[in-house]
Write a protein that binds this ligand. Structure first.
Ligand SMILES: NC(=O)c1ccc[n+]([C@@H]2O[C@H](COP(=O)([O-])OP(=O)(O)OC[C@H]3O[C@@H](n4cnc5c(N)ncnc54)[C@H](O)[C@@H]3O)[C@@H](O)[C@H]2O)c1
Ligand SMILES: N[C@H](CO)Cc1c[nH]c[nH+]1
Ligand SMILES: [Zn+2]
Length: 437
């Protein structure tokens, strides 16, 4: 755990996606798997190229090598989908989550507009994408909730065809709760594939996997790098990678809640929990509480959290809350949790974050499952320029230009002027030929 001053944190928290150092443990795992020293980027290039040229065969081989399982049929069969069952309590919880995510996104304004006036018409029409894929992580835990936090929003946007990709478990199966949630949402096509190989298959298409228009959803470093590389071939929504949380807490915060929130995210592979506080008293209380909550966690959760917390957790001591929010805006975290007195009064200081969790009853873990907004949020500092997954990510806007002769007469000469300044004579004439009529 690192304890930093405000000045040190100004440099330490500044990030540029793709430039962060790769953990030694990941490089070692790569060397073990590939038998040579490669960067994650080189690994992803190799996998994408192979899937592009050899299709299903490559996909299955990479699944065997990286997920250590052989899958005969990549697509989940109708029997598997219809036969999946889970505890009624979990089923009801999934239904509640689906309902709340759907309701939240139905509130997002997304309609188009066309203004018909005496000058003619101008506007924007909105169309859903035709075929999208949602990636549901499954490397270390089957993220059932991520299916809800992606596919339900695609449904609200009106996408007719939604495809799911998720890594198979060691028996070559998809978690039954993912299948039940898929049934509830009305999804039929689910593929047992993960990592960069899944992204390649969806971007290029294979014998079994249809090429999609856009791939959305979070994942580990390999998934995120692959998404970035196939952008252009297909659309992507943003770069939601390993999760991160910045908690701003003052002396009024409960150390127990602060630690609970930091540990909840530390439980994710590669997570980065950061605490920023002006209170030394809270700092000592948090250090004590951390040990006690860590040892109370059951294995294997404790193992992940311990590794993450010890290696990755940062605590920053600041002079006041103003400094805390400045650091937040430099870091641009996926999640910002406000455990301070009068949190609503400070919301205006937030310039960048995937989501803000205001007050001690709005913990981020609730947002992960059921609050309403998608838990798919930008990481790695990309919250400076991108947003949480939302309905607009599944739609496109088409501009509509239908002005009339009156507008042509008032705007045409200016347009022709600009065209000639660009040296584009044919453009100017295409306008002027109408003006002469
Ligand atoms: N930002 C968000 O909105 C958000 C939301 C949910 C989850 N997440 C993040 O998603 C991530 C999920 O990661 P995960 O690993 O559990 O699942 P994952 O499904 O993203 O990745 C698993 C896949 O990675 C590939 N892989 C693993 N090791 C590899 C190696 N050495 N070389 C090449 N490929 C390799 C395998 O193909 C495997 O199928 C977590 O970091 C979590 O924090 C982020
Ligand atoms: N906190 C993760 C990234 O926002 C999402 C998640 C899924 N399941 C649990 N948590
Ligand atoms: Zn989480």
């Amino acid at each position: 755990m690192k304890i930093l001053t405000y000045q040190q944190a100004r440099t330490a928290l500044k990030r540029n996606f793709g430039e962060e150092s790769v953990p030694e443990s990941m490089l070692e795992r790569i060397e073990k798997t590939f038998g040579e020293k490669l960067t994650p980027e080189q690994v992803v290039d190799r996998i994408l190229q192979d899937v592009k040229t050899r299709g299903d065969e490559a996909l299955k081989e990479w699944t065997r090598k990286l997920d250590r399982v052989h899958v005969e049929a990549l697509q989940v069969t109708e029997e598997e989908l219809q036969g999946a069952s889970i505890e009624p309590e979990l089923h009801a919880a999934l239904q509640q989550s689906i309902g709340r995510v759907e309701h939240f996104h139905q509130n997002q304004p997304t309609s188009g507009w066309i203004n018909h006036t005496e000058a003619g018409a101008l506007g924007q029409i909105v169309r859903p994408l035709s075929r999208v894929a949602v990636y549901v992580p499954g490397g270390s835990a089957p993220l059932i909730s991520t299916l809800i936090m992606t596919a339900v929003i695609a449904k609200v946007a009106g996408v007719p065809e939604i495809i799911v990709a998720t890594p198979p478990d060691k028996l070559g199966k998809v978690h039954p709760a993912i299948l039940v949630a898929a049934r509830e949402i009305g999804i039929q096509k689910i593929f047992k594939m993960g990592g960069a190989q899944a992204i390649g298959a969806l971007a290029y298409g294979t014998e079994s996997v249809p090429q999609v228009d856009k791939i959305v959803g979070p994942g580990n470093t390999f998934v995120v790098l692959a998404k970035r590389k196939v952008f252009g071939q297909v659309g992507i929504e943003s770069l939601p990678g390993p999760t991160e949380t910045l908690v701003i807490a003052d002396e009024t915060a409960s150390a127990s809640f602060v630690v609970a929130d930091l540990l909840a995210q530390a439980e994710h592979v590669g997570a980065e929990p950061v605490l920023v506080t002006p209170s030394e008293k809270l700092l000592y209380a948090v250090q004590e509480e951390l040990e006690s909550q860590l040892s109370a966690l059951p294995e294997p959760n404790q193992g992940w959290a311990r590794e993450s917390v010890k290696e990755r957790m940062k605590i920053v001591i600041v002079e006041n809350l103003q400094q805390a929010f400045e650091l937040n805006n430099i870091y641009a975290p996926e999640h910002l949790c406000l455990l301070i007195e009068n949190p609503w009064e400070h919301l205006g200081l937030v310039e960048s974050a995937g989501g803000v969790f205001v007050g001690e009853d709005s913990m981020e873990a609730l947002g992960d499952y059921i609050a309403g907004p998608s838990h798919v949020m930008p990481t790695g500092g990309t919250a400076r320029f991108s947003s949480p997954l939302n309905v607009r990510d599944f739609q496109k806007i088409i501009s509509v230009v239908g002005v009339n002769r009156k507008t042509l007469q008032t705007t045409g000469p200016a347009a022709a002027q600009i065209a000639r300044a660009e040296g584009l004579e044919a453009h100017a004439r295409a306008i002027e030929v109408r003006l002469q009529e």
